[in-house]
Each structure stands twice: as C-alpha cells, then as structure tokens.
Ligand binder design. Structure first.
Ligand code: 5GP
Ligand code: MG
Length: 173
C-alpha cells in the first residue's frame, strides 16, 4: 500500500491558525461559541483549533466530544451502542455550535452529528470545520471552514496522524 504525505505538521499548523482566525472573524470573537469534536479524530482536530482560539482570544474554548454512531443511517442498528459523548455544558440552546471533524467525505457523519447534537437543545446556528474535504458527497452538506480540499479517488484514504502534529497522508487502496 502506497502512502504519500500531503501535509507536514508545519503546514497543518498554519492551516489551523488560518481557520481559527476565520472562525473568530465570522463569530465576532467567538462569544457564545460551543466547540464539538466528532469522535475520534475530530476531537484531536477540535483540540488543536481550540488551543489557537484560546491563544488568540485569551480565554478557554472547551472541547465537547460527540459520538455519532447511534445516529448513523449507514450501519445496521447495533445492539446498544454506548454513547461516548462528553459534554462540558447542559444545553446548546441559543448557542453557536462549531462542529469539527478531521475528514469530510460522503457527509453521512455530519448528518448524524446534527441528530446527535439536537438532543441537547436548539442551537442558534451550527457551523462545520474540517481539516480535509476529500469530496464524494452523498448528502447536501458542505463545510464552512476547510483546511485543505484534497480531490481523492473513492477508494483512496486520507490518514491524519495526531502523534505527528496532525500530519496528513493519502493512502492508495
Ligand atoms: P463521511 O461520513 O463524510 O463519509 O466520512 C467522514 C467521517 O469518516 C469522518 O468522521 C472521518 O473521520 C471518517 N473518514 C471518511 N473518510 C476518511 C478518510 O479517507 N480518512 C479518514 N482519516 N477518515 C475518513
Ligand atoms: Mg471520524
């Protein structure tokens, strides 16, 4: 299997800096913003983004972790999936939610994430940030903040490595 690095940790760091400024610009400094990372890798990207939001704004942006598995449409209903979501808040009603994932592909995960989120209230808005948009959407979903658009073949895979500063590789099938 051939693996090619397409983003170094330094490139990812600059991309995340830019995304953090975009988020703050669009949300007037991020007041009322609630950050959710989609488990598993979306949480790692959300943490990296949240660190930058905190450095720029001088206050914390705690990362909530969202488990979307119980809400997926493309899996047979598993017997009692344990919900691994972890929240720092009781409600998202009237808040602006920033949903973060590592890779956007068909859009099914994000669709499930919206269902998962709405259990905790009626948000004022939901915005989506992804490190990599690899195309091949099957639902009408797009990201508000994109780190890098990477045209891929359907059977290729993007690999994001948190242990390597979120370095990004493409793997041929
Ligand atoms: P989707 O639901 O949009 O088809 O896929 C997005 C979800 O599946 C994300 O949570 C992402 O982590 C994972 N995913 C889909 N394709 C890839 C890929 O090529 N590489 C990685 N690392 N994750 C992917
Ligand atoms: Mg995922």
């Amino acid at each position: 299997m051939k693996r090619t690095r397409i983003l170094t940790p330094e490139q990812v760091a600059r991309i995340l800096d830019r995304m953090a400024y975009e988020v703050l610009e669009r949300n007037r400094g991020g007041k009322g913003l609630v950050v959710f990372g989609i488990l598993q890798k979306g949480v790692a990207v959300a943490e990296a983004l949240s660190t930058r939001l905190a450095q720029i704004e001088g206050r914390d942006f705690p990362v909530n972790a969202l488990d979307v598995r119980p809400f997926r449409d493309d899996r047979p209903p598993e017997a009692e999936v344990e919900d691994r979501s972890r929240l720092h808040i009781d409600t998202i009603t009237d808040r602006h939610v920033l949903l973060v994932d590592d890779v956007l592909f068909t859009g099914r995960t994000v669709r499930a994430a919206l269902d998962a989120l709405l259990r905790w209230g009626r948000p004022r808005s939901v915005q989506l940030a992804v490190l990599i948009d690899r195309g091949h959407r099957e639902f009408p979903i797009r990201a508000d903040y994109v780190g890098r658009t990477v045209p891929t073949k359907y059977q290729e895979r993007i690999v994001v490595v948190p242990e390597e500063g979120l370095a990004v590789y493409v793997e041929e099938a």
